[in-house]
Write a protein that binds this ligand. Structure first.
Ligand code: IMP
Ligand code: MG
Length: 181
């Protein structure tokens, strides 16, 4: 029987199980290890909070070369700010200049958030910016920024679990559930 859960007013059904998540994380780690291990520039991973924390934790344990990690958050405004405004990136206190910056995202949907992050990171003059996302809603993506590493492509439907939330809830689920229609 289909595994279902309820969060607040919505019902979600199991969409991506533990084995599929582990396989996707392993695959990304292997590709990153292969592509980034022998570069002359220093590599710094940048996890985007909050949603990516679980993915980053699992992925980073599988990275096998010398590197650093830091975390950033997009400042969120309540009330008056309309959506689509540029939110400032907070938490950059590392020197990113001339480094390979590897952005770790939980999910890319329209790409608005990612574009915003990349534009702001470019101001720090990194040698390169690589983009990693566990989940990618390819049909919803509207931007030109190349996503270098995708874990799992998913349909354009809202998901929760494994760090992703619905109104702040559901992040602790170990598997990924999608909204039932
Ligand atoms: P975008 O700016 O449209 O690409 O949306 C990206 C942000 O919206 C992500 O970083 C998430 O915080 C949130 N988001 C987009 N889709 C989902 C989803 O299906 N579940 C939970 N959060 C999502
Ligand atoms: Mg996010």
């Amino acid at each position: 029987m289909e595994k279902k859960i309820t969060i607040l007013d919505k019902t979600f059904s199991l969409s991506i199980n533990n084995d599929q998540i582990t396989a996707a994380v392993d695959s990304i780690a292997q590709r990153l290890n292969r592509d980034l291990k022998d570069l002359k520039e220093e590599v710094i991973f940048v996890g985007i909070l909050n949603g990516s924390f679980m993915f980053v934790s699992d992925l980073f344990k599988k990275i096998n070369f010398l590197c650093r990690i830091t975390f950033l958050k997009l400042a969120s405004y309540s009330g008056t700010q309309s959506t689509g405004t540029i939110k400032s990136l907070i938490g950059i206190n590392e020197n990113l200049k001339n480094k390979i910056v590897v952005v770790l995202e939980d999910i890319v949907d329209s790409g608005e958030t990612l574009e915003n992050i990349v534009y702001q990171l470019r101001n720090f003059e990194p040698a390169a910016i690589k983009i990693v996302t566990l989940l990618f809603k390819s049909e919803a993506y509207k931007k030109d920024i190349k996503i270098d590493y995708v874990g799992i492509k998913i349909p354009n439907n809202f998901v929760v679990g494994y760090g992703l939330d619905y109104n702040g809830y559901g992040r602790n689920l170990t598997e990924i559930y999608s909204l039932t229609k």
